[in-house]
Ligand binder design. Structure first.
Ligand code: LLP
Length: 432
């Protein structure tokens, strides 16, 4: 839950706004974004990593409001598509503080990024190095470049979101020598200014040992570049991926502790290698956005289903589902849920919160003990939906993507409005 969430007489409030009131005003389902919580998590990373640049990873959740908050809080921004770049532009985000990621940026995206003057482009393939150098030369600009490297680390997380082992699509392998070759090419290319190496080992990681091994390998390469290519790289990015708790109240990614641990590792390695400490940056997304939002749904139907051994599971169907939170279906992610609109009645009962989509895998919360008297009209809230839920939302079954409603000091404000059927039909230009 975000830090301003409180429950009184069974009614959940966030940012001083009771959720039943929020739903009366804005409808259901809705994502509820706690401004104070988002800003305080962003600020905590900024303060703990005061000697670093903190790039918020926009893929977790991005819109112009959030981009403005980040600019005001002094963070930088990582975007990974022309769409995210357009949001940053519309928000007036300082382009010098934008980093542009992606393993297959289009020519158009590269041109736009260079025209807008983004601070750094993180290159991910030899093709891209050539393409970016051409764009820079054509536009008569010099572009800051980080080289994304693969440290060969097995991060302990879901296979789909681990990114530093050898057999996956991101980065230049350090082990194969491609990373060193990429650095050479960037260094020699016209229009490109080599800033440093970039490593991101994966997402939803708790164990700092993966960061430690990656940092050691990346710093060793950094030292080799000085030695063999004869160039000093001023920067280094260690990526994001700091995990959050989804079903307990623990806050595992304490920024201050992370900063101490990461800095200790890097300083130790730099001493051992006898190199100057580069300016470091990190890219947290989930650890800032994740806890700051919850999703509120309305219950439509309740069904008891008999399981083997005389057990019963209560299926609680809500008015959203895998179109607003794909993470349960895609990563087998765990979430929790609570009744947000009234005091609980009856004994806790094994329940599953499911959506309204046309497939059995449309599960929001796999297992939760909800009160036995859960019934249509109840509001159910699911915490920890700030990262990779709205940003991965779809229109599956022609669902309308829910709004994001900001809350602060007892007031609500619309951050992203609810989609309408007219929005859906606007792209359907077939028949008429
Ligand atoms: N930097 C880079 C280069 C990344 O690829 C990512 C995430 C981040 C930073 C931020 O990672 P974070 O701090 O948010 O963990 N859809 C998946 C997560 C995909 C992460 C992709 N890259 C999920 O819902 O778990």
């Amino acid at each position: 839950w975000s830090r301003t969430a409180t429950k009184s007489d069974g009614v959940l409030s966030v940012g001083g706004v009771p959720l039943p009131e929020l739903v009366r005003e804005h409808g259901s389902p809705a994502y509820v974004l706690d401004e104070a919580d988002f800003r305080s998590r962003a600020g905590a990373f900024r303060d703990a990593f005061a000697d670093y640049d903190v790039y918020y990873a926009g893929k977790a959740f991005l819109c112009t409001t959030v981009a403005r908050w980040l600019a005001e809080e002094g963070l930088s921004l990582d975007v990974c598509s022309g769409g995210e770049l357009a949001v940053a532009e519309r928000a007036g985000f300082p382009m010098g503080r934008v980093g542009f990621h992606g393993n297959n940026k289009t020519l158009g995206e590269l041109e736009r990024a260079v025209e807008l003057g983004v601070g750094r482009v993180i290159v991910d393939s030899f093709h891209e190095i050539g393409r970016l150098a051409d764009v820079a030369t054509e536009l008569g600009r010099t572009v800051g470049v980080m080289v994304r490297v693969t440290a060969g680390v097995e991060a302990h997380t879901h296979e789909y979101i681990a990114t530093a082992h050898e057999d996956q699509k991101f980065g230049f392998s350090i082990a194969s020598g491609d990373a060193l070759e990429a650095v050479r090419r960037v260094h020699e290319a016209q229009g490109l200014r080599l800033l440093g190496l970039h490593s991101h080992i994966g997402s939803q990681i708790f164990d700092t040992s993966g960061f430690e091994v990656a940092a050691r390998r990346v710093l060793a390469l950094h030292a080799r570049v000085i030695e063999e290519v004869g160039v000093e790289m001023p920067e280094m990015d260690l990526g994001g991926g700091f995990g959050i708790a989804y079903t307990t109240q623990d806050d595992p990614s304490d920024p201050a502790q992370l900063a101490t641990e990461i800095t200790k590792i890097v300083e130790h390695e730099c001493r051992a290698l006898d190199i100057a400490l580069p300016r470091l940056s990190i890219e947290p997304g989930r650890a800032i956005a994740g806890p700051s939002m919850c999703t509120v749904y309305e219950v439509g139907t309740v069904k008891e289903v008999a399981l083997d051994g005389g057990l019963v599971r209560t299926y609680v169907s809500v008015d959203g589902g895998m179109s607003d939170n794909i993470r349960t279906a895609l990563y087998d992610a765990d979430y929790s849920a609570t009744i947000a609109s009234r005091p609980s009645g009856g004994p806790p009962t094994l329940s599953r919160v499911v959506g309204k989509h046309c497939e059995a895998g449309d599960i929001v919360v796999k297992d939760e003990f909800l009160p036995a008297d859960v019934r249509p009209g109840d509001l159910v809230a699911v915490p920890g939906t700030g990262a990779y839920c709205r940003s991965m939302a779809s229109n599956y079954n022609h669902a309308l993507r829910p709004p994001v409603i900001g809350v602060r000091d007892g007031k609500t404000f619309t951050v992203l409005r609810r989609e309408t059927v007219a929005d859906l039909l606007a792209t359907d230009v077939g028949v008429l």
